[in-house]
Design a protein around this ligand. Sequence first.
Ligand code: CP
Ligand code: NVA
Length: 306
Amino acid sequence: MRHFLDIADISASDLKAILADARAMKMARSGLPKGASDPQEALPGRALAMIFEKSSTRTRVSFDMAIRQLGGSSLVLNAADMQLGRGESIPDTARVLSRFVDAVMIRANAHDDVTEFAHHADVPVINGLTDRSHPCQIVADLMTLQEHFGALEGLTLAWVGDGNNVATSFIHAAPKLGFSLNLGCPDGYTPHEDDLAYATNSGGKVELTRDPKAAVKDADVVIADTFISMGDKDADARLKDLAPYSVSENLMAQAKSGAVFLHCLPAHRGEEVAAAVIDGPQSLVFDEAENRLHAQKAILKWCLVQ
Ligand code: CP
Ligand code: NVA
């Protein structure tokens, strides 16, 4: 059984196959109404449960539309409304849901809760974001870069700001797909040591700097995310500490002239990114958001069709 919990756990060849499948499915349904099924329904009759402990727009809607276009159906479950929210155990919840649905996607506060759920589930479990990582997002992001640049090998990506869950999934992907990753993060906001060690020990080209200008110098891609992730408590300190890492037009100009901008959204214009950048010609953020749909479909198929 295949769980999709972290990019680090997926082989390079499987990750490349997921990306290729996502792009092929996107092209195959070009021009169809969004609610129409794919020309070839890959998952007829399959049911996906989605458990949310945190808010979501893109993950929720893209997974819902993804399973529908593949011929299946979904259930959206707010964790607070489940017995889980009253203390029913994760193992019991995993075993019970495994009797009702064919796969479970979870957006959770604690990463360990998702791995525990997967350990006890009899069906594939997908990480829909935790405090630690956001692997589904990175599949959409890498797909967007493949569409734009043709290939990922040899590109330089610059992550600027908080070394958070989304940054961690980029770190996991770097050794698998041959791009270089520059992380520009202030002291106290660097990604986990073990994730950085994983990437470098696996042959990834990952560099960490405190200087946002050094991070974006000669980059093909500049990436930002919110300074205050869901669950972060120290909002005032974060805004102050991370303000020098905002992607302004000036910072963007330090990257290559053809550089593009990515952001997983939701965005905060005037905080982590200037409106002129995210709404400007270098921004790919809405292609990136759309590609969540195509990426989720390829992830669901990877989990359910072998
Ligand atoms: N990027 C992303 O995961 O968006 P949502 O929080 O809206 O799902
Ligand atoms: N880092 C953000 C991503 C939101 C999609 C968060 O965890 O809130």
